[in-house]
Design a binder for this molecule. Structure first.
Ligand code: OOB
Length: 529
């Protein structure tokens, strides 16, 4: 066992509260009552109704035998049922595992083997994909999965809510220091990593984010990204907006027209995008003048490096404040402030959101580097985890002995005391905000009968930030092309966002002086093609 965080250290922080999300929802319902809490493309729900439905569903889960501490895979898109499910599970102390709609068998299997979920909640169909056969196959293969609950118009979730309507169930007590959610870590190495966030630290995460955004009950937050991701869920996202009594709009898909439509129609005041999405939204705005984004107060941009030129362009062309957001699902968040000068906002990722965040920037020997010099960003603090879920080996690598999380990011302190990110130190590809570990894709590729060896690198790309290039050593006659690679990866159940954008065949590898595959050389080769 490594370092263990002492939560009592944080008890005096403003916004720190030892309480579960279920209880938080009860208080919000009391305080904000009939105000609209959440809307999606089909419906809207008030705070009071959200509480009532979460209570019903929680009672129904208990009746089906879902117990406190059980893990539950949740794979739902941006819709009201996601929110009801989240709070229903919180109320009984069951722990949702936040799968993304894009995940397929390959991702699910690793996570099921690690976390042994008792149930799997899926949307029936989303963006043309039917989830039920996949869920049934998982249940068949893994006996830990006792239940599959399907969310559709007349499916299990709505049926369960109707079934227990009006009952006053007694729920198990939930301590704020217990795990509330398991978030997925960006980029796994074959063995996936899950991030355990407690009710208390996650609520604090939402509150500190909301505070930095100056969020209040007049705000309308648009979740443009999949809401199972930390950024739209909690930074301040869905949870931070509900805490202040605002309204959350769930965009059903992440296309620019969905986003711009929602902003126009709902009077959205704040939303969060990754840089690649900003670019497409800007293009869309240029040729369609019917959109009205004048209600926007803050545009949060994060998840990947924001180029200086794009930052300048946002500040010049958007009628709102740009907020640069550096974030991690493991914890640490650093945002610019709405009051900062534009020139400053454009060139940094601000300051950590909590006064209790401890941030260090270190060299290869873990020695602190001076201001203005890049090093690796390390963090420890009230809402940063002290270890991944059941991952002793990975924890030794990802945390220092005194409990600092190694982000794997290059960063420096600027002379104005702001953080500026400078790309990755650890090998991880950031493709339009999605994090991909090369080793994971390499392992999948090597399952192809014609592929002898594979090396995957991220290549700088104007629209995506990074594109995925796979270098392959194959049998001489194998006519493997990109299409075949995509077909194969789809067949073994790999999420679409991990599909290589480019493949190159090689006969021998360029090697480093110590005889490892020279990935820098591969990157250059991929760029020259
Ligand atoms: C967010 O969380 P994750 O866990 O998907 O990814 C974290 C990683 C960071 O370690 C860094 O490599 C990259 O994403 N990143 C950025 C960045 N924000 C995140 N790199 C450069 N500039 C930025 N502004 O991506 C996430 C979580 C909460 C809020 C926002 C993003």
């Amino acid at each position: 066992m490594g370092y263990k965080k002492d939560m009592s250290k944080y008890e005096n922080l403003e916004g720190w509260e030892r309480c579960g999300f279920g209880e938080q929802l009860d208080r919000w319902a009391e305080k904000y009552g009939e105000r609209i809490a959440v809307t999606d493309s089909e419906d809207e729900i008030s705070y009071m109704e959200l509480k009532q439905k979460a209570d019903c569903l929680a009672a129904a889960f208990l009746r089906k035998g879902i117990l406190k501490g059980d893990k539950v895979l949740v794979q739902l898109p941006n819709r009201i049922s996601f929110v009801i499910v989240f709070f229903a599970l919180s109320k009984i102390g069951a722990v949702p595992i936040m799968m993304l709609p894009a995940h397929r068998e390959a991702e699910l299997e690793g996570i099921i083997e690690l976390a042994k979920p008792a149930a799997y909640i899926v949307v029936e169909k989303y963006l043309g994909f039917s989830y039920v056969p996949m869920a049934n196959a998982m249940k068949e293969k893994y006996s830990c999965i006792r239940h599959i609950f399907v969310d559709s118009e007349s499916g299990d979730i709505s049926g369960m809510i109707a079934e227990t309507y009006g009952e006053n169930g007694a729920f198990p007590a939930v301590d704020g220091y217990e795990t509330a959610v398991l978030l997925l870590s960006g980029g796994t190495t074959g063995v996936p990593k899950l991030i355990p966030r407690t009710h208390t630290d996650y609520m604090y995460n939402a509150r500190m984010s909301a505070k930095r955004c100056r969020l209040d009950s007049s705000d309308v937050y648009l979740a443009s990204l999949p809401v199972a991701h930390n950024f739209p869920l909690c930074c301040p996202g869905l949870l931070g907006t509900l805490d202040v009594g605002g309204k959350v709009v769930l965009a059903s898909a992440t296309s620019p027209d969905d986003i711009l439509d929602a902003i126009t129609e709902e009077g959205v005041t704040i939303t969060a995008l990754v840089p690649a999405m900003v670019t497409v939204c800007m293009e869309m705005l240029e040729w369609d003048e019917d959109y009205d984004i004048s209600s926007l107060r803050i545009l949060q941009v994060g998840g990947a490096m924001l180029e200086d030129s794009l930052a300048d362009k946002i500040i010049e062309e958007w009628p709102c404040k740009l907020m640069q957001v550096f974030g991690t699902a493991e914890g640490l968040l650093s945002f610019t402030s709405p009051e900062d000068e534009g020139s400053l906002i454009a060139r940094c990722q601000g300051t950590p959101v909590s006064p209790a965040d401890e941030v260090k920037i270190v060299d290869e020997e873990d020695k602190t580097v001076p201001e203005g010099v890049f090093g690796e960003l390390l963090s420890r603090g009230p809402y940063t985890i002290d270890g991944y879920y059941m991952a002793e080996e990975a924890n030794k690598k990802s945390f220092t002995p005194d409990g600092f999380y190694r982000t794997g990011d290059k960063a420096m302190w600027t002379k104005d005391g702001r953080l500026r990110l400078g790309g990755r130190i650890k090998e991880q590809i950031n493709r339009a905000g999605e994090k991909i570990m090369p080793s994971e894709i390499e392992a999948y590729l090597c399952r192809h009968l014609e592929i002898k060896e594979a090396a995957v690198v991220g290549v700088p790309d104007e629209t995506l930030g990074n594109r995925i290039c796979a270098f392959l050593v194959t049998d001489d006659e194998a006519g493997i092309d990109l299409q075949e690679i995509h077909r194969f990866l789809r067949e073994i159940g790999v999420a679409a966002y991990k599909m290589p954008d480019q493949i190159e065949r090689v006969e021998t590898w360029p090697l480093t002086s110590v005889g490892k595959i020279d990935k820098k050389a591969l990157e250059r080769m991929a760029q020259e093609k």
